[in-house]
Design a protein around this ligand. Structure first.
Ligand code: PMP
Length: 385
């Protein structure tokens, strides 16, 4: 039987808390629980530590500390950004360009904030990579108020050309946002701070849930979504979550240190897994296999049976996989993002996502492939385990 988190293959949905993050959270909650906005000495200590955590995060991300606003996660940060920029450019008749593979926490707030006629989708090619020439044509129209392109797809793991996109935007004087939720903690952060806006989430790299951040282009611009207090330089009202923030930063420090080694090992294990799966299932399609992808992610259209059947039967065998991202799976387990890649409705029903962690072992990957094979035999025989 597979042990601990080794049967867990849904790390793009969330990750287990790292020990350093748990220790940091407990210590901060025990020793520095005072409200960072209060005026006595002990509260001042919390405020100082919060400032230090902001500086440490800024170092990790390569930006000035003043550009960081702490939020409850990437969803809040994405909402904040689109609401503010749509409001600001409402009279200038600007529109937003948003890639067709954005996470729903970008797509839906963008639709709500800009409205259907001020929002255009940027298509991806057959491998799920942003179509740069189509993007340049849209940008040249001169009426763009913001561009959002995800750094790495939460579903397929495909890495997007965000650095190129950011520099094209700069040339046209258009603000550029990347949702780097799946990138940060897995790949180096170099260059990210050159984007005007970057959003991220603590629980994707071993930090606590309910933590995240927005990097803004200018510390003095007001993007406030939550009103009712002066916290975060007036950008976000609400008592600062110092223990959560401390834990998130500790998690990212550790993730950043470990990521290069994990990336090398895990990419090999993932590729080996896909080869084994192709051997077991000749009709298997690995989606976006030809593109650069996150080292932990494999999105596959199974040759037969619905993804929900695979998911429930693998779950009984101790393996957790996904039918797509937790946030974009429809009732039938189909995904808006995979359909943007041109998958047929029938293929969509058969798509499963496997996403590993920084310490997933070769044995766990092999056991998962074996469990797929056993599940297939079971489904073919019509037997209920
Ligand atoms: N963006 C991406 C790409 C994600 O994968 C997620 C989490 N599924 C989010 C945003 C939302 O993050 P959070 O849970 O911190 O709100």
């Amino acid at each position: 039987m597979i042990k601990g988190t080794q049967g867990y293959f849904d790390w793009n949905a969330t990750t287990p808390l790292r020990d350093v993050a748990r220790d940091a959270w407990l210590s901060a909650s025990s020793n520095h629980w005072q409200n960072a906005s209060s005026l006595y000495h002990d509260a001042g200590m919390t405020a100082q530590r919060l400032d230090a955590a902001r500086e440490r995060l800024a170092d990790l991300l390569g930006c000035e500390a003043e550009r960081i606003v702490f939020t409850s996660g990437a969803t809040e940060a994405n909402n904040m950004l689109h609401a503010a920029l749509a409001r600001r450019t409402a009279n200038a008749n600007r529109r937003a360009l948003v890639s067709s593979i954005e996470h729903p926490s970008v797509r839906e707030p963008a639709r709500k904030a800009w409205g259907a006629n001020r929002l255009s989708e940027l298509p991806v090619d057959g491998d799920g990579v942003l179509d740069i020439s189509g993007f340049e044509r849209q940008l040249a129209a001169g009426d763009v108020g913001i561009v959002s392109v995800i750094s790495a797809s939460n579903e397929s793991g495909v890495l997007q050309p965000w650095a190129k996109t950011a520099s094209l935007c700069k040339q046209h004087g258009v603000p550029f946002h990347t949702d780097a939720t799946q990138w940060i903690g897995k790949l180096p952060s170099e260059g990210l701070a050159a984007c005007d806006y970057v959003t991220g989430s603590g629980h994707k790299f071993g930090g606590p849930k309910g933590t995240g951040f927005l990097i803004m282009s200018d510390p003095d611009e007001k993007l406030t979504l939550l009103h009712g207090g002066p916290q975060e330089n007036g950008q976000r009202a609400g008592t600062e979550n110092y223990p959560g923030i401390e834990a998130m930063v500790c998690a990212l420090e550790e993730a950043t240190e470990e990521a290069p080694a994990a990336a090398g090992i895990q990419a090999q294990l993932r590729d080996q897994f896909e080869e084994t799966m192709r051997g077991i299932f000749p009709g298997l399609k690995v989606i976006s296999a030809g593109a650069d992808r996150l080292w932990n992610t494999s999105l596959m259209a199974m040759p037969a049976h619905s993804n929900l059947k695979w998911l429930t039967r693998l779950s009984r065998r101790g393996f957790s996989i996904s039918t797509g991202s937790a946030c974009s799976s429809g009732r039938e387990g189909s995904s808006v993002i995979v359909s943007a890649l041109g998958a047929s409705p029938d293929e969509l029903r058969r798509v499963v996502r496997v996403s590993a962690g920084w310490d997933t072992t070769a044995e766990a990957w092999a056991a998962l492939a074996a469990a797929f094979a056993e599940t297939y035999a079971e489904l073919a025989s019509g037997a209920m385990p």
